[in-house]
Design a protein around this ligand. Structure first.
Ligand SMILES: [Zn+2]
Length: 481
């Protein structure tokens, strides 16, 4: 089963798989180099430069400083026709430094960064797919433009939201992406819309014993706000999530009435309108807390993502590509290392990994050997992604690529440890083939693009898009040269 060629308009779409294979070394190396230089949110200067160098070497036309973000890049190839974008990422996470290829927790640098979400593979795999599509368009003299978007700061930075606001996707017909995972299949497009927002309270300092009546405590206001929001929890949709962190308590001296204090909220809900409704209510509670304490409050949004909007025609197309290719193939060495990693996990980790992708749990299966079914899982355990914001303005489809031992938790040292393994490379190449095949299908059959656009219009009918990043918020890149 699997790996069957197919023809559209006399052209063999599966030729693009060979084009992916022909350049695999370039992209395995790119992914490994980015793994070696884990950089955080908006600081991915070297990782972005690595992607730019490969774009240049492969003959893409390059746009730098996309949306005014120095670590965002876009490469385009081809002429006329539709525009298909493949989205990549390359940011890492703090505190997850880990030696590669080791099934034991051991940092390269104590407290250092690490690629705990596999974005070294994500960026390189997407550029691998875009390059194969470019080569395919050239080989067959086809009209159409393929783009690679190097998107920074996915981890809490919402860079794609800023890029949407700047209009960089306005002429894009279809967006395609993927994410490393334990299993391969079409991503079930469920994610939570979110906004991160700071509430700064200002009061009046005074001696807490000698003149407490003259003081107005900003810290009291933060505490009352948190109490108010905690009471609101009973009266919000059960799928919504609200988290907070007190980022400034105003000081450490209890004998001073704290004149300033800041609490950061992260508000998440199933879709953008629901999230915006909750945000309005949280703001009212902040005002209430200020009223109760005779302090003042000022709020500022830090980041925000829209929820993912699915696209049936694109998901069906990508699933057909997955079925034609079959699951990725791993050898005994790949399985042996994955089994070592699994020994560091709990049975619960492994079981819930199967369940999350709509699969029956099996034992003794270290790596993916199947394509998970479309609309997998019930979506009850989901986070947020800035791909969501893109999916409101461009028909978007994503897959999961099988790059890690089944059960590997996200943002874990185990995930970092597997980021340069041959299995990770194989899973990345597999994802690149599916994305490239999907893009080629779209170029050869423009009616699919029209169907995807109609599907998006239908889903969003009557719901105006409001970017969760307001016009007056800028990406935090001011300090960069
Ligand atoms: Zn990620």
């Amino acid at each position: 089963m699997g790996r069957r060629g197919w023809r559209v308009s006399g052209k063999n779409v599966s030729d693009v798989w060979g084009l992916v294979e022909a350049k695999r070394g370039i992209f395995f190396d790119l992914s490994d180099r980015v793994w070696d230089m884990p950089e955080l949110n908006f600081e991915e200067r070297r990782s972005c430069a690595e992607h730019m160098a490969v774009l240049e070497q492969q003959g893409f036309r390059i746009a730098r400083n996309v949306a005014g973000i120095p670590t965002a890049v876009m490469g385009e190839a081809g002429e006329g026709g539709p525009v298909i974008a493949i989205l990549g990422e390359y940011d890492a996470l703090p505190g997850l430094s880990q030696v590669a290829g080791l099934a034991e927790k051991k940092p390269v640098t104590e407290g250092g960064n690490g690629h705990g979400c596999g974005h070294n593979l994500l960026g390189s795999g997407s550029l691998m797919a875009a390059t194969a599509v470019k080569d395919y368009l050239e080989a067959h003299g086809l009209k159409g433009r393929i783009r690679y978007y190097g998107c920074p700061a996915e981890e809490g930075g919402s860079a794609k939201g800023f890029m949407v606001r700047a209009g960089v996707f306005d002429d894009v017909d279809i967006a395609i992406s993927w994410h490393p995972a334990p299993f391969a299949g079409v991503n079930n497009p469920i994610s939570l819309a979110c906004n991160e927002i700071n509430f700064h309270f200002s009061g009046r300092a005074s001696h807490a014993a000698a003149s407490p009546h003259l003081g107005r405590s900003a810290l009291d206001a933060v505490e009352l706000m948190n109490v108010g929001v905690n009471y609101m929890r009973e009266h919000m949709p059960s799928t919504a999530r609200i988290h907070y962190a007190i980022t400034d308590t105003g000081g450490s001296a209890p004998n001073v009435v704290q004149a300033s204090a800041t609490v950061r909220y992260l508000i998440r809900a199933r879709d953008l309108p629901e999230m915006q409704g909750l945000l309005r209510r949280v703001k009212k509670i902040a005002e209430g807390a200020a009223l109760m304490t005779e302090t003042t409050v000022r709020s500022e949004i830090v980041s925000g993502d829209a929820n993912l909007v699915g696209n049936t025609p694109l998901e069906q197309l990508m699933h057909r590509n997955l079925e034609r290719l079959g699951p990725p193939i791993f050898d005994d060495q790949d399985k042996a290392f994955a089994a070592e990693i699994q020994k560091t996990l709990t049975d619960e980790d492994i079981k819930s990994s199967f369940a999350r992708f709509g699969l029956k749990p099996r034992t003794g299966v270290p790596l993916c050997d199947t394509i998970f079914p479309p609309d997998s899982g019930d979506g009850s355990f989901v986070g947020s992604t800035d791909v969501g914001t893109v999916s409101w303005v461009v028909p978007t489809v994503q897959m999961r690529g099988a790059t890690y031992a089944i059960g590997t938790p996200g943002h874990s040292w185990q995930l970092v440890a597997q980021g340069k393994a041959p299995a990770a490379h194989k899973g990345m190449e597999h994802a690149a083939k599916v994305m490239a095949g999907t893009a080629v299908d779209l170029f050869l059959t423009p009616s699919l693009i029209a169907a995807a656009k109609a599907d998006l219009r239908e889903r969003l009918a009557g719901t105006p898009f409001v970017n969760p990043i307001p016009d007056d918020v800028n990406p935090p890149v001011g300090a960069m040269e």
